[in-house]
Design a protein around this ligand. Structure first.
Ligand SMILES: Cc1cc2nc3c(=O)[nH]c(=O)nc-3n(C[C@H](O)[C@H](O)[C@H](O)COP(=O)(O)OP(=O)(O)OC[C@H]3O[C@@H](n4cnc5c(N)ncnc54)[C@H](O)[C@@H]3O)c2cc1C
Length: 385
């Protein structure tokens, strides 16, 4: 039985504890799914999650608009990740892909949200380019005004759900100013003429992922989300909400690795006694438990701070993402070690966790970039004091 004591922390309300109980029962019944065909698995997961109501928190309810609840997003990601990395991915992308619409979209844009929240449309977030991953403000893709339209030209890469998405939220240079202030955000339906899947990308933990080509793809001017030149600000606001949730997914992977290790160390007998009686093994288990709890504190501190109305949680979210993802990698590595040969056997749960965790330390801001962000925040707070 996984540790649930964190649910009693003051960060949570009864509705979160109720959600955790219901979602745990759903996960136990429905997950994991067969990952053999990841596109089909993701489509099915989005449908299942939508059908059973779990996608509702990923976007604003236009009938009854309340802010996105980051604690619910984090808790859901943590629990899904503990059961099935692909289920977490399917859930997370419905939120990241529509985040700009929830936060800045017009009524027309928001019409998509009813579908994404029901699992009837799949969304994607297209920011990265071949030449500008971490250096987002340096993007090349352009959107040129032509009468009542914008014409999008260029490439996006590493786009999660690329190839299966129904809508892409795309960032492109509109040129109001150099660098970050000359970027705008657009809602681009997947069937837009000129938008092509240039390449499908394979990674160590398979997910639908693609490089997209925009060959003079034409969208109406009303496809712009927010105002001209606001794109960078919009992207950062979306990441401000969703970055802590990456930490939450890492926490779910780490918690699973810890649970598997406790079970293994208790069951496996070596030298006439359970592995768990060896002090060095106890040292590993203690380190893992400590890292899991510390990561949970940072993740839910960031989520709670945002939910309490903080305009930005840049520092808290960066700390949560950096610590939770880096420590999850260490926890999972220890789990592999404690499982011996089984730990590296294809198809074993800790082997899949070992592959799943790695990309989380790269996307939505690499660990090194999070350190830069934290240092800048801390230093500027000192200057202001
Ligand atoms: C599985 C996966 C899914 C993804 N999904 C999406 C998606 O849905 N949408 C999207 O837009 N993008 C997505 N990405 C792209 C992701 O956000 C980028 O890969 C990431 O921002 C890093 O960019 P890059 O790969 O170009 O690496 P680079 O920018 O070339 O950076 C390489 C390394 O340099 C170091 N580095 C970079 N900047 C600094 C700095 N300032 N200080 C110190 N060190 C630094 C870091 O170690 C970094 O990992 C995804 C990537 C992966 C792997």
């Amino acid at each position: 039985m996984p540790d649930r004591s964190f649910l009693n922390w003051p960060f949570f309300e009864d509705r979160h504890r109720d959600l955790a109980e219901r979602l745990e029962a759903w996960c136990a019944k429905s997950l994991p799914v067969d990952h053999h065909d990841v596109d089909a698995a993701c489509r099915d997961l989005v449908k299942m999650l939508g059908r059973d109501g779990w996608l509702k928190p990923t976007a604003i309810d236009t009938e009854n608009p309340t802010p996105l609840d980051v604690r619910t997003l984090c808790l859901t990601r943590e629990m899904l990740a503990r059961h099935d990395g692909l289920a977490d991915f399917a859930f997370a992308m419905q939120g990241l892909g529509t985040g700009a619409i929830s936060l800045f979209g017009s009524d027309e844009h928001k019409r998509w949200l009813a579908k994404t929240r029901r699992g009837e449309a799949i969304s994607a977030f297209a920011l990265s380019e071949p030449r500008s991953g971490s250096d987002v403000a340096n993007m090349d893709m352009t959107a040129t005004r032509d009468g009542d339209n914008y014409v999008l030209s260029g490439e996006k890469t590493w786009i999660s759900n690329g190839g299966i998405a129904d809508l892409y939220v795309v960032f492109a240079r509109t040129g109001e100013a150099p660098g970050a202030k000359g970027i705008s955000c657009f809602l681009v339906p997947a069937d837009t003429k000129g938008l092509e899947i240039a390449e499908r990308l394979e990674v160590i933990a398979p997910h639908p992922l693609a490089r997209l080509a925009f060959n003079a793809a034409r969208v109406p001017a009303s496809a712009m989300i927010g105002r001209p030149g606001d794109g960078f600000k919009i992207a950062m606001s979306v990441l401000d909400v969703f970055r802590s949730t990456v930490g939450a997914a890492a926490l779910g992977f780490a918690r699973r690795a810890l649970d598997e290790s406790i079970f293994r160390a208790s069951e496996r007998k070596l030298f006439g006694a359970p592995l768990a009686e060896l002090q060095m093994v106890q040292g590993h288990i203690a380190d893992m438990a400590l890292d899991v709890d510390a990561a949970a504190l940072l993740v839910y501190r960031a989520a709670w701070t945002k939910d309490m109305g903080a305009a930005r949680v840049t520092r808290e979210a960066a700390m949560a993402k950096l610590f939770a993802t880096d420590k999850a990698q260490e926890v999972i590595d220890k789990a592999v070690q404690l499982h011996g040969g089984d730990g590296v056997r294809r198809g074993h749960i800790v082997e899949s966790l070992y592959r799943e965790i790695r990309a989380l330390r790269i996307y939505e801001g690499a660990s090194d970039v999070q350190k830069v962000v934290i240092a800048r925040q801390v230093l500027s707070e000192f200057k202001q004091s």
